[in-house]
Write a protein that binds this ligand. Structure first.
Ligand SMILES: [Zn+2]
Length: 262
């Protein structure tokens, strides 16, 4: 899928988690519901940091370009050194390491660790990164190179405002883990990456999300539904069917989460 579909599916998934949490008696304050949906929308672009021309790789200028180059190399090395008998050797690491659930969990755990260890400044950085990505993902081709600085300013102000709101007592910095403020912040990040891999799995190329589990002699087996249910990234199914569905389901879940919490 392309940027906007990934981001929308991320926001929808977090709103779904919000509804489930409310049903399970751990209702999120609406501030967490909103901040989490935005973080998850941004995080749903993260796996493509293994590809230099992806939205995320140009979202932070030369810095993200460089990081994308490194991640691509790292992914290639990990792929080639862990491939099974049935996996062909390859150059370039796109859609390998960063498209696995292990990577998703490590990434989220890393951000949670940073948030509880370094406090407010880490939270601001995490919010900034994900707000910029959310704007890039949701606005996509509207936010091109000429507007980079504007998007960074938007990201910085919304990070600052959100952190200020979440910090107020009862607003959710301590949601789910009472003694560890912001430990939850890794959850929308894990979820965003996982939703991204599912989105890629329903395109023609599939996604090796269960690495290193051996499947049919391969450790990088590109999982996905049967062929006839898959489509090309950016196809009409994505824009006309999936994206409207993500919006409707996301909105319904959001309303459900707020009503159940009340
Ligand atoms: Zn991808």
């Amino acid at each position: 899928m392309m940027g906007p579909a990934h981001s929308l599916s991320g926001a929808m998934a977090w709103l779904g988690v919000g509804a489930a949490a409310a049903a399970a008696d751990h209702a999120m304050p609406w501030q967490v519901l909103l901040a989490g949906a935005l973080i998850c929308a941004g995080a749903a672009l993260a796996p493509d940091l293994d590809h230099k021309s992806a939205t995320i790789s140009r979202a932070f200028g030369p810095l993200s370009k460089m990081l994308a180059g490194l991640i691509d190399k790292l992914s290639e090395v990990v792929y080639n050194s862990t491939r099974g008998r049935g996996d062909r050797r390859r150059t370039g690491g796109h859609r390998t390491l960063t498209h696995t659930w292990i990577w998703a969990v490590l990434l989220g755990a890393g951000f949670s660790f940073a948030a509880i260890t370094w406090g407010r400044w880490a939270v601001l950085v995490i919010l900034f990164i994900h707000m910029v990505l959310a704007v890039e993902g949701l606005l996509w081709r509207m936010a091109r190179v000429s507007s980079d600085v504007l998007v960074w300013m938007l990201g910085a102000t919304s990070a600052w405002l959100l952190a200020g709101v979440l910090d107020q007592p009862g607003n959710g910095s301590d949601w789910l883990f009472e003694d560890q403020p912001y430990l939850w912040i890794g959850l929308p990040i894990v979820l965003g990456s996982i939703v991204h891999t599912l989105g890629d799995a329903i395109t023609v190329s599939g996604c090796p999300m269960l690495w290193p589990l051996p499947i049919a002699g391969r450790r990088w087996y590109p999982l996905g539904p049967p062929r006839f249910m898959r489509f090309r990234a950016g196809a009409w199914v994505e824009n006309r069917v999936l994206m409207p569905a993500f919006m409707v389901i996301g909105a319904a879940s959001g309303v459900g989460a707020v009503m159940l919490a009340a």
